[in-house]
Design a protein around this ligand. Sequence first.
Ligand SMILES: Cc1ncc(COP(=O)(O)O)c(C=O)c1O
Length: 434
Amino acid sequence: MHHFHFVGLNLHCESVDLAEIARLYGTPTYVYSAATMADNYTRIERGLAGLDLQICYAMKANSNLAVLRQFANLGAAFDLVSGGEIRRVLAAGADVRRSVFAGVGKSEPEITLALENGIFAFHVESEPELARLNHVAGRLGVKAPVAIRINPDVDAHTHAKITTGKSDNKFGIPLQAAPAAYVAAAKFPHLTIKGVQMHIGSQLTSVEPFVEAVTKVTPFVEGLKRDYGITYFSIGGGMGIMYQDALASGASAWWDAQPADRRPLTPETYGAALVPLLQPLGLKILLEHGRFMVGNAGVLLTRVEHLKRGAGKNFLIVDAAMNDLVRPAMYDSFHEIVPLHRDSSRRALVADVVGPVCESGDCFAKDRQLQEVGEGEYLALMSAGAYGHAMASRYNTRALPAEVLVSGGNFELINGRETFEQMVANESIPAFLK
Ligand SMILES: Cc1ncc(COP(=O)(O)O)c(C=O)c1O
């Protein structure tokens, strides 16, 4: 459920008319709903009630400082993956001491920064990384808290590029090799074993792979508690969101109308299946959801440039492009496209919705049926809050898009559109070319 809905003929975010934001700040612009983020967070918290829970929002999904502050205010810690993300948590005035540092290639400066700021734990992906952590911690005269990431070899049944828990993915240590990795970790004088971690993939729409993975690793986790006194088990993130039916799924009535066997994954179903499996462990449970927290809390506003009518095909050319939202080009992903002003008297239009970038892959939708729209009208690409702005680039020397946060009837620019001067600020022409 989310807070994007029509009020009369105009699409609103909470109580704000999205066209007003588009006119004020221009397009392409991401707009986020603070209330939707809060709802998502509290539904996860309530769905897993009964566990000793630490929610570490996977900030790679959306790391705008205002978004981080919103989650920090709700009580979240963070799952972070770089020195830059540590700096963002600090800049947002949030807590590194309850946050975890993931990723397969942490550099020595990044490890140093994390240790200096009291990171809760490093999620370790390989044995060479244990040695590096030990080395840096020894140099600083501290002990590095670690949890090893187990790769449970479970198929998450999601897109190949966001599957992470199969044996042929680069992530984690196979379950069979994990006991030896813990033996090795225990021998390093500057490491403290704190927990165990896994993450099987992203955009999971059923609970079964989570249940399979937890069930598979539970005996091993029990052994770690006995042998090393671990205090936590992180089961990662991965809960999916609605991309199809994105607008309709904002209303609880839509969920009630779905047949029980076809209802997409909810925090309530997730909790009901996992709490009974996790509670007996008597460990703190960490969650690292990113997409679920912010995905349906954001839209990308864009403006129609032209309707180009071709021989057998129409192209709706908009001012957002693959550099602003790369998911369709990268993962063939679907985003529902909704005009900001609904007009039932218009004819239907079937078109490819494309951006101005010089790539055939710069296409948001193929043969999409929309209400006919023309130059200057606005559209919203729904469910764009996660892995949207965070993955944006400057390809074709296009400025990074603006971001706006809405709360009730208030809204504020939380990231101004980049200027040309900002884009080229670090570039220079060497003397030998002058
Ligand atoms: C270790 C880890 N945790 C959490 C996440 C967040 O996943 P999601 O956004 O699907 O919840 C990821 C995503 O790549 C990840 O690699």
